[in-house]
Structures are given as C-alpha cells and as structure tokens.
Design a protein around this ligand. Structure first.
Ligand SMILES: Nc1nc2c(ncn2[C@@H]2O[C@H](COP(=O)(O)OP(=O)(O)OP(=O)(O)O)[C@@H](O)[C@H]2O)c(=O)[nH]1
Ligand SMILES: [Mg+2]
Length: 240
C-alpha cells in the first residue's frame, strides 16, 4: 500500500486527517509541477510522461525510439523505478543522456523528483525529455510532473478491460499506445473493446497500435512525437 498518494483504504477515525495531509501533499506537488512546466517551456524542452503497468514495454519503446530518431531529435530520459539502475543502463547503451530515479518504497514519480532529475540531466534546448514513470497503472496518474503530454502504454497481454478498472490513468492520457500487437495472434485481446473502454475515460484520447520489438506502427508514433515537438513544449495544460 502506498503511504503518500492516497491509494490505501481509509476506515479509521484518522481518515479525515490523512485526507487533509494528502490534499496538502498534492497541492505542494502541483506548485512544483507549475515551476517545472515553466522551466521546460522556457528552455524549449518537450517533456513526455510515459506510464503503464510494469513490463508493458516503456523502456523497449524508448530504446527503439532513441535508436531510430536519435540522429534527428535530441532525446534525454528520466528513468523511474523503485530499485536498480537496469533501465538507465539500457537507455545509456543507446547513447542518450539518462538519470535513474529510485523511489524505494514509493510507487510513482512526483514533481520534486523530476525537478531534481532535470537539474542533473540538463536536457538541451529543442530536445524531448522522456519520463519513464514507475510501472504502475494507479498512483502515477495522480501526480502532475510538469510534463507537456502523457502517454499510457497498454500491452495486449494485460487484458482489454484495464481502462475500465483503472480509469484515472486513462482520463488524463493524450495518447494510448497499444503495444505488443505482434502477440495478438496468441492472446485474447480485443483492440476495439480496449479503445472503447479508454474512450469512456477520455473520449478524445488518441490511439496507436504498435510493436516496440517488431516495429509495427512506430512511424505513426514518431510522427506524433515530431508533431508534439513542433507544436512546442506547452505551458497551458495541467494534469491535476
Ligand atoms: N512481443 C513483444 N514483447 C515486447 C514488446 N515490447 C516490449 N516487450 C517485452 O516486454 C518485456 C518488458 O519490457 P520493458 O520494456 O522492460 O517494460 P517496461 O514497461 O519498461 O517495464 P518496467 O520498467 O519494469 O515497468 C521485455 O521482455 C520486452 O522485450 C513488443 O512490442 N512485443
Ligand atoms: Mg522500464
């Protein structure tokens, strides 16, 4: 159970005090996110928050994206995991600048962690900063990091009902990537149902079907990224 983002059951008389504390914590996070968003816009860095369940393919997609676009698009990565440097090592092997953030018992990145990571990473003007959030379909959705866009990855091995069960994650997503479509012949997964469920949470969410390993749909993903990069780092939208 997460002790900081309000996902635990509240059954005691302590509930009111806990809720007040959590609202306070989220308000503090929102202030930091505003500062992050201003810094990113002023420095023309497009920050994209990548979120999904553990193992949906966030790091695989980033490795492939950086290798395919790296000559034309400057990319940097903040890697969020509870423990290990494994994902940072994978990204580091592509040559992109990367900073690993280990959250310990924490189940999400927050705006302060991202501020600290950005200071260490110093992404260059005109770049894309990918933030790979901790693998978790619940808590990361609650924390605005100051990003310009949110991408949620669903893989076809997870079951098409996930957007119904975890609607908050899909409510604020700009784009849903349905990953591992190379496995569709081997699993029971109805893409149309999954998309319909996601659009109950967010009617205008964009959707792309991809395989980060086989390469399906990646051209459309790269177009989406380039379009976002051209339309700017963005100041306006918040995710709270
Ligand atoms: N078949 C198939 N496997 C994939 C695809 N994308 C990723 N994988 C595999 O899925 C597993 C998990 O991929 P990762 O990229 O580590 O997933 P992640 O979302 O970064 O995981 P965490 O950081 O632990 O949350 C690896 O074995 C990948 O090779 C895909 O498109 N097709
Ligand atoms: Mg990863």
């Amino acid at each position: 159970m997460c002790g900081t983002c309000g996902c635990g059951p509240e059954v005691t008389t302590e509930a009111t005090r806990r809720v007040a504390l959590e609202i306070d914590l989220l308000a503090k996070n929102d202030d930091r996110a505003v500062a992050n968003r201003r810094w990113l816009a002023d420095n023309d860095v497009l920050a994209v928050n990548l979120m999904s369940s553990p193992g949906s393919g966030k790091t695989t997609l980033l490795e492939r994206t950086i290798r395919d676009l790296g000559d034309h698009l400057s990319c940097a990565v903040l890697e969020g995991d509870q423990e290990t440097l494994l994902d940072a090592e994978r990204i580091g092997a592509t040559g992109a600048p990367v900073v690993q953030i280990n959250t310990g018992a924490g189940c999400h990145l927050d705006a302060e962690m991202v501020a600290d990571g950005v200071r260490r990473l110093a992404p260059e003007r005109g770049s894309v900063l990918f933030v790979e959030n901790v693998g978790n379909l619940v808590c990361p959705a609650l924390f605005d990091l100051g990003e310009a866009a949110r991408v949620v990855i669903m893989s076809v091995t997870e079951g098409a009902d996930k957007p119904l069960k975890y609607p908050h994650m899909f409510r604020t997503a700009d784009l849903m990537l349905v990953n591992k479509v190379d496995l569709l012949p081997h699993v029971e997964f109805d893409v149309a149902h999954c998309v319909a469920h996601a659009r109950r949470a967010r009617p205008d969410v964009e959707v792309l079907e991809v395989s980060a390993t086989r390469g399906d749909g990646l051209g459309a993903w790269y177009d989406w990224l380039r379009h976002r990069r051209i339309t700017g780092a963005g100041r306006g939208r918040t995710f709270s």
